[in-house]
Design a binder for this molecule. Structure first.
Ligand code: BYC
Ligand code: FE
Ligand code: FE
Length: 476
């Protein structure tokens, strides 16, 4: 089961050749996907050779196979992790029963909604990053961008396969719609807020990989617990690819911090103006970008208290990350979860919710803890360099657009404040127009092998044991 048949038009490990109807439907969608890629993907780089990782199998040996490819020739396909024998339902009302190989009719629309929402984010991110290649800080980074783009394209394939194979005509229509909505489009935007935010510079890109791909990790881990086994297996394989995206985010931001510290040492100052004159990213500027992308990504978990979340948990549709190893009570029928909500008088109060309804918040809490790890590492770098500045995650109440804190003005610590004060102080909390202009001015492309833009330090090592100065992208 773990080998992927690359002689097929659509590489797959799901025995597609033996289901002619499904094969035909997917072969009909394939040219539309390629048209979308040519139009909305990294289109100006269609003819360049890129050193990319392609899966040739889903096991430890097979999933990381490297070679030089032109992106439109990347072999997007359908790869599911191997089945787990006798797998049983891990949570909810049907705990302990055998998992499902088909979607139970009564849960069809709930499944469809989650799969479409997940699928929508994948091409959205490619669209958001459409033009970034032109301003790459190095060939190494350019290659990483393209690796992420082709893999997000494959994640779209993963969801489209599920829609086509298990949702009949509705599924085919949804698969077409996944190529019809576009990031930031006024008439047909992508479903979730963050995926309509422009990513026009590499600082935003690294923040997106750090914060937003990490939401992907948590959502995919939750869907990997699903009782609908084909969905669980698809998500399990997607997670192996996802790890690289977060790596790019964490190391990208870490390299920016390192470069800034070098500049601070050279000039003997932490004055943002002086740092900017040397073409680096001052730490308060970085903090404002972190504030923006973190708060936006927090909304991707949905409302603190959600009847959707309760239903999908009860029905065994969407679990919690690492359900088996991280939790003892897998049914959560009568436990409660404490949440903090606005008290309606300008303050904060504690409230309790049935545990099942609070699953979005349980997930968001775990996500926030995971986000802290990188900040600890960067703060260690800063401290070791002898500075007292600390990067921090804002409160999860800050600048929310979804849930109990939506449109409640708070400061970075999550203290409710007046609307007027909120707008006045926002300039210090989020990237200002002049911050963005400055960052934009840094985005000059660097394409000499091994060379880096002045605002970012080189990576510690290259890709797949190759040197940092390897020509990861051959531009002509
Ligand atoms: N923006 O009951 P609620 C990734 C909607 S990232 C706009 O609280 P629920 C990736 C919500 O849809 C991972 N709308 O929500 C990363 C609902 O609308 P309807 C993506 C939002 O259902 C980087 C209404 O508000 N994975 O893979 O409990 C690069 C009420 O909400 C937002 C998934 O999303 C928002 N931020 O939870 C590439 C997993 N948030 O239906 C890829 C699948 C909520 O009433 N999705 N709404 O019109 C889900 O699990 C759930 O749909 C959500 C929402 C967690 C998103
Ligand atoms: Fe993805
Ligand atoms: Fe990703």
């Amino acid at each position: 089961m773990s080998t992927i048949d690359y002689s097929e038009k659509i590489p797959n490990n799901v025995d597609l050749a033996n289901d002619k109807t499904l094969q035909r439907a997917l072969e009909h969608w394939q040219p539309r996907f390629l048209d979308w890629w040519r139009e909305m993907g990294p289109s100006d780089f269609a003819s360049v050779d890129v050193y990319l990782r392609t899966a040739v199998g889903v096991d430890a040996q097979g999933w990381a196979h490297y070679g030089t490819v032109k992106m439109p020739d990347y072999r997007w396909g359908i790869f599911l992790a191997d089945p787990i024998a006798d797998r049983t339902i891990g949570f909810g009302d049907s705990f302990g029963q055998p998992v499902w190989q088909q979607v139970p009719g009564e849960f069809r629309s709930q499944f469809r909604r989650l799969i479409v929402t997940q699928g929508d984010t994948e091409p959205a991110s490619v669209e958001q990053q459409h033009r970034l290649g032109h301003t790459c800080p190095s060939l190494y980074d350019l290659r990483n961008l393209f690796q992420i783009n082709v893999e997000e394209g494959r994640h779209l394939w993963a969801m489209v396969y599920i829609l086509h194979a298990y949702f009949g005509r509705d599924g085919r229509e949804e698969a077409a719609e996944l190529l019809a909505r576009h990031s930031g489009d006024v008439d047909k935007p992508r479903i979730l807020g963050t995926f309509n935010e422009p990513i026009e510079d590499w600082l935003s890109f690294f923040c997106f990989c750090y914060f937003t791909d990490r939401d992907g990790k948590f959502q995919l881990k939750s869907l990997a617990e699903s009782s609908f086994d084909p969905l669980a297996r698809t998500c399990r394989f997607m997670l192996t690819e996802e790890a690289h995206h977060m790596f790019v985010g964490e190391t990208g931001l870490g390299r920016i911090v390192r470069r800034t510290l070098e500049v601070m040492k050279e000039i003997g100052s932490d004055d943002p103006g002086a740092i900017r004159r040397r073409g680096a990213v001052d730490l308060p500027l970085l903090q404002r970008y972190l504030n923006f992308w973190f708060s936006s990504s927090l909304d991707l978990f949905g409302s603190e208290v959600s009847s959707n979340a309760a239903t999908t948990f009860a029905n065994g549709i969407k679990g919690r990350p690492d359900e088996t190893t991280q939790h003892e009570d897998h049914v959560c029928a009568d436990s409660a979860f404490e949440i903090e909500v606005p008290d309606g008088k300008g303050g904060v109060m504690k409230d309790t919710s049935p545990m099942r309804n609070a699953m979005n918040e349980v997930l968001r809490d775990a996500y926030i803890r995971d986000c802290e790890i990188g900040l600890k590492r960067w703060n260690m770098q800063i401290k070791r360099a002898g500075h007292s500045f600390e990067l921090r995650l804002p409160s999860s109440r800050f600048r929310r657009a979804i849930g109990a804190w939506a449109n409640i003005p708070t400061d970075l610590e999550g203290r409710p404040i007046g609307r007027e004060e909120y707008h006045r102080r926002m300039a210090g909390w989020l990237p200002s127009a002049s911050d963005r202009d400055y960052v934009k001015s840094l985005m000059q492309r660097v394409v000499e092998p091994g060379k880096m833009a002045a605002w970012i330090a080189p990576p510690e090592r290259g890709v797949n044991n190759l040197p940092v100065d390897y020509e990861y992208v051959r531009l002509n």
